[in-house]
Design a protein around this ligand. Structure first.
Ligand SMILES: C[S@@+](CC[C@H](N)C(=O)[O-])C[C@H]1O[C@@H](n2cnc3c(N)ncnc32)[C@H](O)[C@@H]1O
Length: 263
């Protein structure tokens, strides 16, 4: 027998017992809400019309690496609710709003439905499903200048599982990037601290002039998220081709400022 709070008679508590706070919210939700309300990036996103604070991560990545140029063709994997797409559209001029600048193209992909974004094309699909890469390539209809992936599965709370899931997404994104990137193109993918798996890293180093890890200032300090940023795509080069240029000889450049870490 239990009382109305799920407590068993005789003092034994069941798993149903929940900590409730104001308006019936659970404590975790209240803490999340508190963090959101006090987060300067959340407030800034609201003021500046971005769909989420994630937009600032791409802004900071691009301010550092100059990946998004007017006229650029961009694939944004894991784009919901759309902050990165908004940034990409503005920077590559995909909506044609910057007269006199070349018009770019932005294609956003997500499992979830995304509200339309002026200047972006959107596809709702599971990027890990069979044939997803062909479907995206078909819609892209030409080479891309950058493949971006902020894809992340919902956190399970189990560190190793979450790490494996995010790496599977990053690897699928990288394989796709190898198929569609134009020479000199860029690849950005969310990974978890501890860095990119060696195997993926080795392949990226073979195909790009520079490969580095970057944690944007807007990425929460208590999150183990970071990004692998690879620039200067070299098409047709596979693992084993060892010619390098402009780096320190092991395929990636030395850290050159705050937020960088050697891979
Ligand atoms: C951190 S959010 C992306 C935020 C986005 N960059 C923005 O600025 O709004 C991660 C997204 O990855 C998407 N995702 C996770 N697994 C995916 C998959 N297999 N295929 C497509 N999208 C996926 C999730 O649905 C989620 O919307």
């Amino acid at each position: 027998m239990s009382d109305d709070k799920g407590n068993k008679k005789g003092g034994e508590r069941t798993l149903k017992t929940r900590v409730k706070t104001a308006k019936g919210r659970r404590l975790s939700s209240t803490l999340w809400l508190q963090r959101q309300l006090n987060d300067p990036y959340v407030q800034r996103a609201r003021k500046e019309g971005y769909r989420g604070r994630a937009a600032y991560k791409l802004i900071e990545i691009d301010d550092r690496f100059q990946i998004l140029r007017p006229g650029g063709r961009i694939v944004d994997l894991g784009c919901a609710p759309g902050g990165w797409c908004q940034v990409a559209v503005a920077r590559v001029n995909a909506d044609g709003s910057r007269a006199g600048k070349p018009k770019g193209f932005v294609l956003g992909i997500d499992l979830q439905e995304v509200e339309p974004i002026a200047g972006a094309e959107l596809m709702q699909l599971d990027f890990l499903s069979d044939g997803a890469d062909d479907a995206v390539r078909g819609r892209l209809d030409g080479p891309a200048d950058a493949v971006l992936s902020d894809m992340a599965a919902a956190a399970s709370g189990h560190k190793r599982t979450d790490h494996l899931k995010i790496m599977a997404l990053a690897e699928a994104a990288a394989e796709f990037a190898f198929e569609v990137l134009a020479p000199g193109g860029a690849f950005v993918a969310k990974v978890l601290q501890g860095g990119t798996e060696n195997q993926l890293l080795a392949v990226l180093k073979q195909r790009f002039d520079k490969v580095q890890h970057f944690k944007p200032p807007s990425s929460r300090k208590d999150s183990s998220e970071m990004f692998v940023v690879a620039t200067g795509f070299r098409p047709g080069r596979g693992v084993g081709d060892d010619e390098r240029s402009g780096d320190n000889g092991d395929g990636h450049s030395p850290p050159d400022g705050e937020g960088w870490s050697p891979v």
